[in-house]
Design a protein around this ligand. Structure first.
Ligand code: HEC
Ligand code: HEC
Length: 311
């Protein structure tokens, strides 16, 4: 033992020092205060109790179980059971209700919209955007411009079977690849591009009459004689300047030259029936669907179900 480490008695207090010294300041070897010791003992007793009651010590096969059987999973299960029970009470009324009944019953309607909104975020937002605003090739579902129809039953069918999906009942229609397959010459595709731009509000060009002729023989069967589209064929309205694939001249040219054939998955078998019905009502609502009167909307807003929320 070196000279400095030897216990020494502090001359002012008479207490033994620990032998530690910093710049002339010496540490006294006082016992810990009683209150502090008591808290220390209580925490030890507490922790022993805790080990017995709750799962704590790791073992080879997991951890000690604890006498009350608490786990984060049982806690979660209990919470989920509570939510499920609350939903069950709505589901019992929702399940047998027709779309018409749902659209005319405030409670069922609010239930559908809330459930549909949550399911939309999980399953649809990747393609259609979180606000359902769409993007190139993915239709905006907020407007009342529908390719396959905006009645709630039509939306339901779109969701069940998908569009050009692998479901055997899928909505299906393929526009011919006019350029690629040589059905129209390049200059004819150009003429049709100008024609489509003209009927959607653009200026008429010198080839408009020729375009109208080709449209009648090649396009009208799907897009309609007036170019307003046809929900039965999933052919978009070409006159409303709302474009699925872009309205620049080059976009329209490519739509006609290559054709597009967008794919939307089917949801039957992936989502349960109730969720698909909730989604149908939600999407219908977003597109300003018919069947809900303004005063009902106002009442729902009061209930805190903001129908106009576009988060
Ligand atoms: C993989 C991408 C993708 C996902 C995921 C997806 N969609 Fe679509 N959806 C599309 C495409 C592409 C179209 C347009 C198909 C076409 O050209 O007709 C479409 C069309 C639609 C239409 C028809 C719109 C109309 O104007 O008739 C509805 C309704 C729709 N989607 C709703 C949904 C809902 C609800 C979900 C979630 C359950 C969803 N989509 C998930 C890609 C997707
Ligand atoms: C067999 C039916 C069919 C015929 C015939 C047809 N189309 Fe289409 N057309 C469609 C469908 C279906 C779509 C939507 C494609 C998709 O969603 O992928 C479409 C999409 C388009 C678009 C893109 C619209 C947008 O919003 O971006 C244009 C432009 C178009 N067609 C023009 C024409 C012209 C011009 C002709 C005639 C030369 C024609 N189509 C003939 C079915 C048809």
């Amino acid at each position: 033992m070196s000279e400095e480490n030897k216990p020494e008695i502090d001359e002012h207090t008479g207490v033994e020092t620990t032998g530690h010294e910093w710049d002339g300041l010496k540490e006294l070897n006082n016992p810990a205060p009683r209150w502090w010791l008591w808290i220390f003992y209580i925490t030890i007793i507490w922790s022993v109790g805790y080990w017995i009651v709750y799962p704590s010590w790791p073992t080879l096969s997991g951890a000690t179980k604890g006498v009350i059987g608490w786990t984060q999973f049982t806690k979660l299960e209990a919470e989920q059971a509570e939510i499920a029970a609350r939903q069950q009470q709505f589901l019992e009324k929702f399940e047998p209700a027709s779309f018409n009944q749902i659209l005319n019953d405030q409670e069922l309607y609010a239930f559908a919209v809330a459930g549909g909104r949550a399911a939309f975020k999980d399953n649809c937002a990747t393609c259609h955007g979180t606000g359902a605003e769409g993007g190139k090739g993915y239709p905006n579902l907020n407007d009342d411009d529908w390719i396959w129809g905006g009645h709630v039953e039509e939306i339901y069918e779109t969701l069940l079977y998908g569009i050009r999906s692998t479901h055997e009942e899928t909505r299906y229609n393929i526009m011919p690849r006019f350029g690629v397959d040589g059905l129209l010459k390049r200059e004819e595709v150009a003429i049709m591009t100008d024609y489509v731009l003209a009927i959607s509000g653009g200026a008429k060009t010198g080839t408009f009459a020729r375009g109208a002729e080709i449209f009648k023989s090649q396009c009208a069967s799907c897009h309609g004689a007036d170019g307003r589209g046809d929900h039965d064929f999933g052919a978009p309205n070409l006159t409303d300047a709302i474009w699925l694939y872009g309205g620049e001249r080059q976009d329209v040219y490519e739509s006609i030259f290559y054709a597009r054939a967008g794919m939307m998955p089917h949801w039957q078998g992936r989502l349960d029936e109730n969720t698909i019905r909730q989604l149908s009502v939600y999407v219908h609502e977003m597109g300003g669907g018919e069947g809900v009167k303004p005063e009902e909307r106002a009442a729902l807003d009061v209930q805190g179900v903001s129908l106009d929320a576009r988060e």
